[in-house]
Each structure stands twice: as C-alpha cells, then as structure tokens.
Design a protein around this ligand. Structure first.
Ligand SMILES: *Cc1c(COP(=O)(O)O)cnc(C)c1O
Length: 933
C-alpha cells in the first residue's frame, strides 16, 4: 500500500460514497467546481515521485550520515544534554503527547496543563521571580519580548534599550530586528568599561555572559531602576541551581532557554524559551499562561489564564504576536526537573562546574590566560594569534570550540562533558592534563528551589513512567480520535515522519557547528525549501521562522525593507480584512505598520468595494494587504486575483497567509494566483506556511511549529536567511530538528499524493457540511454552494432560540468522545470544523452523528430546563457514579450518549472549568502543599 493511501483516511470506495453524498462524480469534478478557475493551477507539481516509507527512511539515513556528530563545546545557549530515555520515549516519541492540540479546551487537557504548570513553577523558582509563562519560541525571541514588555512598563520616555555586550550574539540580532520597526534604539554597551547611559527604558543583561563570565549585576540593576528602566536578565537555568538568581537582585524580567534540561540541540531547535516576571507585571506577560482554577464541583482544575485565546494578541492594539509556542519541549524540560529533582539538578550543575574548573586549571597551569576568573560552565581562553589553530586542532580531535576572535577561544562544558573531552581540549591547546578540581562558583545561591512535592516524587523510572502515563491519560489527542479544529489542520503525523527526529545525526548538532559537519542538514533544508517554493509558486523560501506568527513578521519585514530599499519611505499601512487571524494584525504592528481594517461582505468575502475605498484613502501609504486564502471563513473567494491586482496597481504588496494551504496544494499556487488569467493578473508576493498544519509537524500540545516564509524574487534579498532585516529566530534555520518531518511527508506523498490529499480534505469538509447543513446552518459557501477545507456551523440562531451556547456544544462533544471544533473564530458564536484528509469515513460519520444527536438534545432542552446534559457537560465518572443523582435526565444519557462505545469511553478528569474564578484569583505556579489538604 502506498504511503498516500495510509495518510489519506477514506478509501477509494469511501471517497465514492462521500462524493455521491456531496453530488459530484469525481474528485476532479468537485475541485473544478470548488476552486475558481482564475487561480487554478493545471500543470501539476514538479516534485520527485512518491517514495515508499522504507525508501524515504533510507534517503533520510543517507542524509543523516552526511552530518557529523562531534563533541560540542561551543556553548552560546546550546548545550549537550542527556535526554532521560523515559522522557524521550514517553513524551517526545509518544503520540499521546505530541499529537495533542493547544489546551484551549481545558477539561480534556489537564495532563499537559499540569506539566506546563510544573514548567512555570520550575522557571519561577529557579529565577527567583514570580510569574512565568508556559514557554516562548526561543531565547532570542523571549529576550525581544522582554524588551517590548519593558517599553510598555517603564516610566522612562527614552527609546533607548541597552544591551550587555556580553549577551549572546544571536540574541542581540533578534533584539535589533524587533527594535528597528518600533523606533527603539539598541545600544550594545560593554558594561565592564563604563557606566550606563543616562537615558534608557530597559537593560538586557546576560548571566553568565556569552564569554562565561559571572558578574555581580546588583549595582547595575539599581542604577537602571533609578533611571526608570526595567532590567531583563537572560539567565542559564542550570547555572541558577548554583548561582544567586536574578530575582534576588531586583531584576524585573528573566528570559532564556530551557534547552539544556533534556532537550536535544537539534541544530538550533525546537526548544522551549522562557519568560518570567516579578510581581506586578504578570498581566503584561505575552504568551500563554497556565493558571489554577476550579471546576463546577469546586475541584482544582487548570486552564489558560487571562484569556480564552492569547490575550496579548489584541489585533491592532497587540503587544505580541506569539501564538504557537513550544509546549512539547516545555513538557520535556519540566519533566527533566521532575525526574532529577532539586538535588539531582544541583548535582548535575556541580559536575558541569567542576569540569569547567578543571579545564580552567589545566589551561592556567599550561600558561594559557583566561578572560574571567568567575565562571560557571564556560571559559574564554586567551591565545593571541592562535585561536584558529586551536579551534582547528580541537576539531581534529572531534571537539567543536567557539572561535571568539583571532585571539580568544570559548569552551563550554555541559552534562555530557567527560574527562576524555577535557584531555582533547588541553591537547588542542598544547597543555598537559591536570587532576580534577572542585569548583567554587562566584555569587553562590543560598535560597532553595523546586520545593513542591512534584519535584520530589518521581525519581525512580517506574514512578516517572507512571506519572507520564497518568498525565497523558487525562488528555484527548489525535491518538484517541478526530480533532476537527478549523484553521488548525490536525491531520495524521505519521510515525515514519517522526522517527528521524531523535536520530543523533539530526538531534545532537549545534546550530553553529562547522559547515562541513552539517552537509546532510544543508541538503535536506535546501531540498525542502525548493519543494515548498514549487508548491507555492514562489522563488525563495526561508525556514528560519519557528512559528506561523514569526513567518508573518519575517514576511512583513521583507515588504517593509523592500519599500525602503526603493526610497519608498511612506508606505506603512497594512490592509487586513476583519475576518483575519489575530496574529496578522499583531505582526503588522510589530513590523511598524498601521493596520487598516477592510470589511467583509454578507457572504463573508473581502468586500472589494470597501477595499477600493481603503486603497484610495491611504494612497501612497499603502504597504501591503494581508489576506488568508482560502479565507478564514473556509471559502475560495473568487475575487482574490483582482484583489492582488488592485493592491499591486496601488503600489502595495500582497501577503497571503498560507495557514490554509491544505486547501490549495496541487490545485493553486499563491505566488502564481491569477497569472494565467486573461489580462495576466499577478499573484501574491509573500506567504508564510505552517508546517505544523499542512505539512504534518505534530502540534505538540501547542508547539513546536515551523512557519517558513516564501517570497517572489524581488523580496528574496530581504529574507532573514539572506541577511535581510536580521534574525527573526535565534538559530539560523529555526527549528531545524523537526524539518525531517515535512521532508518525509513530501517525499512519501509525491506530487499526486499531495494533490489527492487536498482533494480529499475538501471532499471531507463538504461531506460534513452536507450532512450537518439541515441540523446547523453552514455560514458561508463559495462557488456552487461548496466550502473549501473547513466549514462554519452557525450556532447563533440556536443560541438565540434555546440559550444553548457554542461552549455547551463543545463541552457536550467531550461526552461523545470528541475534541471540539474551533470555537468562535473567525465568527463569534460559531463552530468551525476542519476534518482534514486523514479521517476515514467511519470517524467522519461518528462526528456527524454526534453533532446530530446533540442537535436533538438541544431540541429537548425545553423539557429539561436549565439542568440539562448540555449545560452540565462534560460529565465526569465521579459525577455519574455519585450515590445521589438529582438531574432530570438519566445517568446513561450523561455518560453514554448515542454512539459512544462503552469500552472505549474517554472520561474527562474534571467538570466544566470556571475560567473567571481563576482570573480573579491568579495562581500560575504549583499550589503550595497545604492547598492539597
Ligand atoms: C495558525 C494560524 C496562524 C498562526 O500560526 P502560529 O504558528 O500559531 O503562530 C496565522 N494565521 C492563520 C490563519 C492560522 O490559522
């Protein structure tokens, strides 16, 4: 059987039955009717023909073999680490964790929410600050978000942000990228050499510095506060098990990465960044925040705090665009802390510090000078004129060091460093070995951390295994059933696609390893970028952005840089339709643009007359239009080609948000939209794609993602990878470690399989729309009444007539064994269903029948009154087995509604969660032990 037939759920016979229901003779006929001819691509995809799973793995093995796994002592925020095998197999390689969705439906997400609460507790304890969020994309972007947080919170009117010259170079670059469009001036200052500038709103310190130096920052923090500035400390969490934490010297914010807590380097990512703030700033924190609340019985329950969706993405008033984060990796890092506990982490850190001290002792004894006396894991050796020679000699011994300059070499120890590695380094420097010495770190930490029992209960492998299983069992992921989330494309994440991710040749490479050691990655990335360019009709692609939101920012920055490069300095307006995803407007704001909203017409399409008016109004200020295609309403709009032409005629650029590419692959190319039409209308100029939607990277419970940016030739010089406006992610290839997943998907599907997947995705959405239309109005449709790859069910008339809300339906679906569709996006009071091509007909029918049965329950609400199975959903096992049952409907209706297999019943661990209670009583770390009494 071909891989495509494994990936695509419905068999040929099932597809025929679905086509019959929708009223088309073939997939081709359906797609001919659905997709406007003006954008239709008829020439196929120029991609290699499908490989079998075995062939693809063999090719990946050959690519992996072209990478060299050396001993990495480069440091700079990326360190060797031992991923505990129990965590690797039971989290990173376990679909119960990696196929879960973002925990917007908290009742079915208690396991990952608990793990994320552990993560937040770990970060706040180690940094000595109060409130941590549930992960950032990487250290560089976390530091950039800290800068904008400082700008919002500071009382200083200065626009100057001061950055420690000993900060990580990639962090400085990401900060500069983010600062420039916002009018912030970044001043990189050698803080050893002189005082702070008088005027500043924020200060970024690195602790320990990139050089390894551990400095006492207390006086600088005081001076910055006196100037009205906020202080961010980018701190190494492992170092903080031994060193005085930033919270104890009054830092306002800490940012960094949790990579070395058991997450492989992966040639740069994915890893969980962190961001944590002192008391008083928690309501300004970007990203997702897990908090404690209570359910309908008053039991403790977790959910995302301060928001249903990201509260900082307030469209044109946005302060951040972060959406998809790094949940899977945050879970891994938190479990590393749970497994080792405070004493174990301290022991690991001490071993690392002892290695570094021993290394330094040997260098000193051999007459090599060191840049600093106080350090944790990293030393900078001073070898005037000899640095290249030393780095080369170490490489010849299988060890990568950091070339700081012609005169200095950086060497970082980590938990994988052995005495043999130290000997190789000494030998590269030409100094004799010395006996091990014990480290005495500067600024030793006196306070405790990780005192919550969860960090002291799961140290045996048996206990850890069971804890991971217990949490995973609380959650509903794709391994249990369909997750029909509109706009999120929760399709199969095939095991063959996942396997290479943990191969050492992909997992254990440092992002700044020498080019000769990463030939396999270089080839894989350039093939993947080429294939994505072919699929989208663009000329160049960069995989650096590590989420869709970051791809948006990169694309808009490219547009901005393009206009500026032509001396077109007044173009700063981005037109965005009212139906757009919140990240679009947020990214435009971050790219220094003003957002002007374009209306949608009654059919949900971009209102072209309103577009004309807006274009006329903004005149020469038009920078771009940003549209999603097919629209977030799930419709192939016929006006897209003329929309492109109107904006181009007015001097603007066209950004097509490619999150919905699952409805286009093989049938239309955004970069070529309308090109073939009479009159030669032009296509879009730039898109981002979401490899964690269309191209099978699993959602991970809310990340990782990859959001490549694809552009036409005129924008190519402005891509981040082309040295354009600067880095948008810390690592040159972003989350490179998961790129084998989309590579394998494309390689195994081939051009025909990919095109068929699109067709079946559209067929499945139309099948669901056809079956449900008589029960729930389908809000929008395009050509011939067809939807694209998703459909919006309009609950508003039902809510008006019966009081039953989208929330009630979503929670009742849990009792039926389903994850809810997307709620109230893009239209409040509706559900958006995206079945994808991977669900077979039986699962599609099970979903439709559940929705139909729920409609019948809604019709009976009148007879039950307020105490009905919808209002009380979801029902827990505890509730339905309670000795007393007072509800007017039977227990069997609560627990086993029609179609539920009693042997495969999913039981939610908590009843409906009261979000508002938790927001009023914000608790974002593990509650103290007495709270468990
Ligand atoms: C998912 C999505 C995004 C944002 O992508 P992230 O990876 O979550 O940042 C943007 N636009 C649309 C239409 C989306 O569906």
């Amino acid at each position: 059987m071909s891989f495509a037939a494994r990936h695509i759920g419905p068999s040929a016979a099932e597809q025929r039955r679905m086509l019959e229901a929708v009223g088309y003779a073939s997939l081709d006929a359906l797609m001919d009717a659905a997709i406007p001819e003006v954008i239709r691509w008829h020439d196929g995809l120029d991609l290699p023909p499908a490989a079998t799973e075995e062939e693809a793995l063999a090719e990946l093995r050959a690519l992996a073999a072209r990478n060299t796994v050396a001993v990495s002592m480069i440091g700079l925020g990326y360190h060797g680490t031992h991923t505990p095998a129990v965590i690797r197999r039971n989290v990173l390689e376990n679909p119960a964790w990696y196929t879960a969705y973002t925990p917007y439906q908290p009742e079915i997400s208690q396991g990952r929410l608990e793990a994320l609460l552990n993560f937040q507790t770990m970060v706040s304890d180690l940094t000595g600050l109060t409130t941590a969020n549930a992960s950032m994309l990487d250290e560089g972007t976390a530091a950039a978000e800290a800068m904008t947080l400082a700008r919002r919170a500071s009382r200083s009117r200065s626009q100057v942000y001061v950055v420690d010259a000993d900060a990580l170079p990639q962090t400085i670059s990401v900060i500069r990228t983010r600062a420039e469009p916002l009018g912030i001036t970044v001043r990189v200052v050698d803080l050893d050499a002189g005082p702070l500038p008088d005027e500043l709103f924020g200060l970024h310190l690195q602790y320990p510095g990139a050089s390894g130096a551990v400095r006492d920052h207390a006086a600088l923090v005081g001076a910055a506060h006196e100037a009205g500035a906020l202080v961010t400390v980018a701190a190494d969490l492992l170092a903080l098990t031994l060193l005085r934490p930033p919270g104890e010297i009054g830092a306002d914010i800490a940012a960094g990465t949790t990579q070395r807590f058991g997450v492989p380097m992966g040639f740069g990512g994915p890893h969980a960044g962190y961001l944590v703030v002192r008391a008083g700033l928690e309501r300004m924190l970007p990203g997702r925040l897990v908090g404690v609340s209570r359910d309908a019985d008053g039991a403790r329950a977790y959910r995302l705090a301060l928001q249903t969706r990201e509260q900082h993405i307030r469209r044109e008033k946005a302060t951040s665009n972060i959406c998809t984060a790094q949940v899977l990796l945050a879970v891994m890092a938190s479990m590393y802390a749970v497994y080792h506990g405070p004493a174990g982490l301290r022991a690991i850190a001490s071993r690392v510090a002892d290695r570094a001290a021993t290394l330094a002792a040997g260098l000193r004894a051999g007459g090599v000078g060191l840049a600093a006396d106080g350090f944790f894991d990293t030393v900078t050796a001073l070898v005037p004129g000899r640095a290249r020679e030393v780095v080369g000699a170490a490489a010849a011994r299988g060890v990568n060091l950091r070339l700081v300059s012609d005169d200095a070499v950086g060497i970082s120890c980590d938990e994988t460093t052995t005495p043999a590695h130290l000997e190789a380094v000494w030998s590269a420097f030409g100094v004799p070995p010395v006996d091990p010495v014990a480290a005495t770190v500067p600024l030793p930490r006196e306070s405790g951390y990780l005192t919550h029992p969860v960090f002291d209960s799961h140290h045996s492998e048996t206990a850890m295994l069971r804890y991971l299983r217990r949490l995973a069992d609380k959650d509903y992921a794709l391994d249990r059933g369909m997750i029909p989330l509109g706009s999120c494309t929760m399709k199969l994440n095939a095991t063959t696609e996942m396997e290479p991710v943990t191969w050492p040749e992909f997992a254990d490479l440092h992002p700044f390893a020498p080019a000769a050691q990463v030939a396999g990655y270089t080839a894989l990335i350039s093939q993947l970028e080429g294939w994505l360019a072919e699929i989208t009709g663009y000329d160049a692609v960069s995989v650096q952005p590590n989420a869709g939101s970051q791809g948006e920012l990169a694309g808009l920055l490219a547009i901005r840089a393009y206009h500026l490069s032509r001396g077109d300095t007044g173009r700063d307006v981005c037109l965005i339709p009212s139906s757009a995803h919140g990240t679009n407007a947020a990214s435009a704001v971050m790219a220094g643009m003003r957002v002007v909203v374009v209306a949608c017409d009654a059919d949900g399409n971009v209102d072209l007359a309103d577009l004309d008016r807006r274009i006329a109004d903004v005149g020469d200020a038009l920078a771009a239009v940003m549209v999603t295609y097919p629209s977030t309403h799930g419709v192939y709009e016929t006006g897209i080609a003329s929309l492109c032409a109107k904006v181009h005629d007015a001097g603007g650029q066209v950004y097509v948000d490619g999150a919905n590419l699952n409805a286009l692959v093989g049938y239309a190319k955004p970069g070529r939209f309308g090109e073939l039409a009479a009159g030669g209308l032009s296509g879009a100029d730039v898109s981002h794609l979401n490899l964690h939607k269309t191209f099978c990277i699993p959602h991970g419970g809310g990340g990782p993602g990859v959001g490549p940016v694809a552009v036409r030739a005129h924008l190519a010089p402005f891509l981040p990878s082309a040295g354009g406006p600067g880095l948008v992610s810390a690592a040159p290839h972003g989350s490179a470690g998961i790129l084998p997943i989309p590579w394998a998907y494309l390689r195994m599907m081939g051009p025909d399989g990919l095109t068929r997947a699109t067709g079946v995705a559209v067929l499945a959405a139309n099948y669901v729309a056809t079956r449900l239309r008589e029960h729930y109005p389908v809000l929008y449709a395009g050509n011939k009444g067809l939807v694209a790859h998703e459909c919006i069910l309009d609950l508003r008339p039902i809510t008006k007539a019966t009081g039953v809300t989208v929330d009630d339906v979503a929670k009742r679906l849990i009792d039926y064994g389903f994850h809810a569709p997307t709620m109230s996006f893009p239209v409040a009071g509706t559900l958006m269903v995206e079945p994808t091509e991977s669900e077979d007909l039986a699962e599609l029918d099970r979903f439709c029948e559940a929705m139909i049965a729920i409609r019948a329950e809604i019709a009976s609400v009148g007879s039950w009154g307020g105490d009905n199975p919808l209002a009380n959903a979801p029902h827990t096992a505890g509730m339905v087995t309670a000795d007393e049952w007072t509800h007017p409907y039977p227990r069997s209706v609560a627990a086993y509604p029609p179609g539920v297999d009693r042997e495969a019943k999913y039981w939610p661990p908590v009843r409906r969660i009261d979000g508002a209670f938790g927001d009023r009583n914000l608790v974002c770390a593990c509650p103290p032990v007495d709270a468990y009494a």
